[in-house]
Design a binder for this molecule. Structure first.
Ligand SMILES: Cc1cc2nc3c(=O)[nH]c(=O)nc-3n(C[C@H](O)[C@H](O)[C@H](O)COP(=O)(O)OP(=O)(O)OC[C@H]3O[C@@H](n4cnc5c(N)ncnc54)[C@H](O)[C@@H]3O)c2cc1C
Length: 552
């Protein structure tokens, strides 16, 4: 039984035993990034504290409370109060989460972690928490990067974290309706495996795929790497069941409805503040016969951006479409080491006019071979009109091979005293250039105010006819004395710059604790009141994931 996955990294990404594979170029890359940041990354080693040395906050529930909670949650194996389980459920996987955990700072942890095995047990836990006024924090894979699963309650109530990962089965497979129903705690690989044996797939693959769940995707309005072709999780959602403190809501299970506001779209993105999603029906499709991804080099980010917009406008649903800016392009080259062939190739490209502002794009799709061949060729033809140079399939193969490995690098870099933060937004195509520049400058200024340099890069992914997602990555040397205090103004500078340009505070990571102060820019005061009112209707005492997304 996959109860609380053993061997996951308590203060980093993924499996404890797994590390990013630099393919022998770790030292080369650390030296390079250290030089960019003006620090000796290669000579720095700041390991995390030993987890056994961490003192967790005292448990505030008494023995009889815990016995009652354990019994209604499902008896044996349904309630945990041991330090490791509490530690694994204390926080998500944002940069400040990791900075705190690595130093052994765990200001809040669940008083108890419950793992109900069915919806009836979720209902019973919710009822007891409502009666006793305990907070309930829904927890899927715990991969939130916005403080979404923080085991805290601003009003100081005891916190019960409700881990959904025993709700891990497919409950209906309906190929004739192109959909399947799953319990909400199923992890990405298990969900796809149960469809793959039947020749079908969902095709929702966030980078966190291996360590995130269907319920977490819906609650945080996740977007997968193939969203251009299949849509974001909210597009794939057909219906769901949610246990709220005021009862269960089962949304209508059909293709489309004009019967008032859409409940699915209200629950998607509710981030655990309306209750616990226990089950969801999602749109599926037959497993594609093949996929093909090609790399294209553009002489500038502006030309690459125009090409991506034109590909979308032509109605080509490229499942993979990602444009790295010039700094990301260079950074990825440096990660792959000092290759002579590569250097020779770059010199040749310089002669062709692809100089230091060159940007790599990946363009590809999946489906029936004829369609794939035709659509990829059409996309490449459009790219060529924007001075794109086809580089063939091999750079894309490397990216595809390593796409779930990259997050592990964050831990290697933290060991070397380098923080990696990410932030994503979406803007209309016409604002891409301005927001990219402003965010970069704002980060550099915030870092400079702390006497630091920042290495900032970005890529475009998840494209729509009206605009695109811009995903920023920034690296800077950690201030060992106060890493979270150092992070805060940098994060604020990014968020301020994003909303200055009318960007959403999140295209797919969600709001949680970290983005909450900026939500008003998108929703407005009346909009926020509408959401708070909806929350109050199902959770009048605000026990569900308090402090996140929206206050009552
Ligand atoms: C390395 C890394 C890469 C990532 N890449 C992507 C990406 O490509 N695309 C993307 O969209 N996101 C990405 N994320 C963010 C994160 O993985 C997503 O937000 C994901 O949807 C969270 O799923 P989870 O199961 O881990 O949910 P959790 O982190 O456990 O929870 C997320 C939120 O949903 C709530 N919640 C969880 N389960 C339920 C439930 N059953 N009912 C009600 N509320 C619930 C929680 O309370 C919390 O507010 C990434 C994160 C990391 C660390």
């Amino acid at each position: 039984m996959p109860v609380v996955r053993e061997k996951t990294n308590w203060c980093g990404w993924g499996w404890e035993s797994m590390r990013y594979d630099f393919r022998g170029h770790r030292d080369y890359f650390l030296r390079w990034i250290g030089e960019r940041l003006g620090v000796d990354a290669l000579g720095t080693r700041i390991p995390p504290v030993a987890p056994g040395s961490i003192e967790l906050p005292a448990i505030r529930l008494g023995p009889s409370d815990l016995a009652e909670l354990g019994a209604i949650a499902g008896g044996d194996g349904a309630l945990f109060t041991d330090p490791r389980t509490r530690l694994l459920h204390a926080a998500g996987r944002s940069l400040p989460d990791l900075l705190r955990l690595r130093r052994g700072e765990v200001p809040t942890a669940p008083d108890a972690v419950v793992l109900p095995a069915d919806e009836a047990a979720v209902i019973a836990v919710m009822r007891l928490c409502r009666q006793r006024d305990w907070a309930v924090v829904p927890f899927g894979g715990g991969s939130s990067v916005v403080g979404g699963v923080d085991a805290s309650d601003p009003s100081g109530r005891p916190v019960v974290t409700l881990d959904t990962t025993r709700l891990d089965r497919m409950t209906a497979f309906r190929p004739e309706d192109q959909c399947a129903t799953f319990q909400a705690g199923i992890y990405g690989p298990d969900l796809e495996a149960s469809l793959a044996v039947r020749g079908w797939e969902l095709g929702h693959v966030p980078q966190s795929f291996e360590f995130s769940t269907l319920g977490g995707w819906i609650a945080a309005r996740s977007s997968g790497q193939q969203s251009n072709q299949y849509g974001d999780i909210a597009d794939l959602l057909v219906s769901c069941r949610i246990v709220t403190p005021e009862g269960v809501i089962a949304t209508w299970d059909g293709p489309v409805s004009a019967a008032g506001p859409d409940l699915n779209q209200t629950l998607a993105g509710s981030e655990g503040t309306f209750g616990v999603i226990t089950e969801a029906t999602v749109r599926i499709h037959p497993k594609p016969a093949m996929h093909q991804i090609q790399a294209v080099l553009f002489p500038s980010f502006a030309e690459g951006t125009a090409a991506l917009a034109a590909i979308v406008a032509a109605g080509l649903r490229m499942s993979y479409m990602r444009l790295s800016d010039e700094v990301e392009t260079e950074t990825y080259l440096k990660m792959s080491g000092p290759k002579l062939v590569q250097d020779a190739g770059l010199s040749a490209l310089r002669l062709l006019g692809y100089r230091d502002r060159r940007c790599v794009a990946l363009v590809g799709t999946e489906g029936e071979p004829d369609t794939v061949e035709r659509e990829v060729s059409e996309a490449i033809a459009i790219a060529k009109k924007h001075r794109g140079l086809s580089l063939g399939a091999s750079p894309a193969k490397n990216w595809h091979r390593d796409r779930y490995l990259h997050p592990y690098m964050r831990d290697d870099l933290l060991d070397a005293g380098i923080a990696t933060e990410t932030h994503e937004t979406a803007v209309p195509w016409s604002r891409v250039a301005a927001v990219r520049e402003d965010v970069r400058q704002s980060i550099e200024a915030a870092a400079a105010a702390q006497g630091r340099r920042a290495h900032v890069f970005a890529h475009l992914s998840h494209s729509y006819p009206t605009g695109t997602c811009i995903y920023f990555v920034l690296m800077y040397a950690v201030d060992a004395a106060d890493p979270v205090g150092q992070w805060r103004p940098i994060k604020a500078a990014i968020c301020d710059a994003v909303v200055r340009h009318g960007g959403t505070i999140s295209h797919h990571h969600g709001v949680g604790l970290d983005h909450k102060p900026w939500l008003i820019h998108e929703k407005g005061a009346t909009g926020l009141r509408l959401i708070a009112g909806a929350r109050r209707a199902v959770d009048p005492t605000g026990i569900c994931n308090p402090g996140k997304l929206i206050d009552l």
